[in-house]
Design a protein around this ligand. Structure first.
Ligand SMILES: NC(=O)c1ccc[n+]([C@@H]2O[C@H](COP(=O)([O-])OP(=O)(O)OC[C@H]3O[C@@H](n4cnc5c(N)ncnc54)[C@H](OP(=O)(O)O)[C@@H]3O)[C@@H](O)[C@H]2O)c1
Length: 236
């Protein structure tokens, strides 16, 4: 299926201000989607709007709102449904937390809480808040962006693997629980650093954010689906 099928689709991109997320947002706008992006930061949203100013024919809606509390996620849902007349066709979760670069057992309580809130809890609340809207319709796509740390562990950033493997379990579990619902879930696992507008490539073979966005677009429009095989690797 072509990216034409994204035209007029209402798509929430959680993490749409991030290095990976903003390219997905731009790609979806170019394909004619109606894209909604929440962020904790008005400055980040302004940067996204500037980057996407010439990316049509889609429409971009933005809201300053955190997604790591139930109230925060509910606020995004109310805003989104009001903006789109009650429609949601797909969710892309490209959320990421801050990593600390130290031995796992030396993370402070505050660092651990911050990490949980802005990665695992934000993913959980995004699914808990928006997946039901797709399930009620009996259609739609839910795509989570993940990294190779989901299957590999690196000293000094163990929290990254703790979060990424938990995220992978969420995708697999939600897919099995939604197997006969008509909703398709997927995880796109990126096996390299991603060269973005903000972080140039440092190695010869690295994924680019545009490659990630194009693959995400394919997964959002693919009609091939097996709830037992929802993990899709992307390598340079
Ligand atoms: N970048 C890479 O090289 C790379 C490589 C492999 C895999 N990945 C994967 O790609 C995905 C995205 O990574 P990234 O590098 O694009 O991350 P990033 O640039 O750090 O962006 C993180 C995004 O998450 C949002 N976010 C975090 N907590 C939030 C909260 N509580 N409420 C609302 N939004 C929240 C941030 O929004 P605000 O800060 O604007 O609120 C931001 O949009 C992750 O799954 C990561 O594992 C990235």
């Amino acid at each position: 299926m072509s990216s034409d099928s994204l035209h007029n689709q209402v798509i929430l991109v959680a993490g749409g201000t991030g290095g990976v997320g903003e390219e997905i947002v731009r790609y979806l706008l170019e394909a004619g989607a109606i894209v909604a992006v929440p962020s904790r930061s008005e400055a980040n949203l302004q940067r996204l709007r500037d980057y996407c100013a010439d990316a049509g024919p889609g429409q971009l809606h933005t809201l300053v709102q955190e997604m790591s509390t139930p109230d925060g996620a509910d606020t995004v849902r109310h805003w989104l449904l009001e903006r789109t007349g009650g429609r949601l066709d797909a969710v892309v979760a490209a959320l990421n937390g801050r990593f600390y670069g130290k031995a796992f057992h030396t993370l402070s309580w505050a660092e651990w809480q911050d990490f949980l809130a802005n990665y695992i809890t934000a993913h959980f609340l995004t699914a808990r808040t928006f997946l039901p809207l797709l399930l009620e319709r009996g259609a739609g796509r839910y795509l989570m962006i993940n990294g190779g740390a989901a299957t590999q562990v690196y000293p000094g950033v163990v929290e990254l693997s703790v979060a990424a493997s938990a995220q992978l379990a969420m995708t697999k579990g939600l897919a099995l629980e939604s197997a006969h619902s008509g909703v398709q879930l997927a995880s796109l696992v990126l096996y390299s650093r991603v060269a973005t507008r903000h972080e140039a490539a440092t190695q010869p073979h690295q994924l680019t954010s545009r490659q990630v966005a194009e693959r995400a677009g394919q997964l959002l429009t693919s009609t091939e689906y097996d709830p037992n095989h929802v993990v899709h690797d992307l390598k340079p």
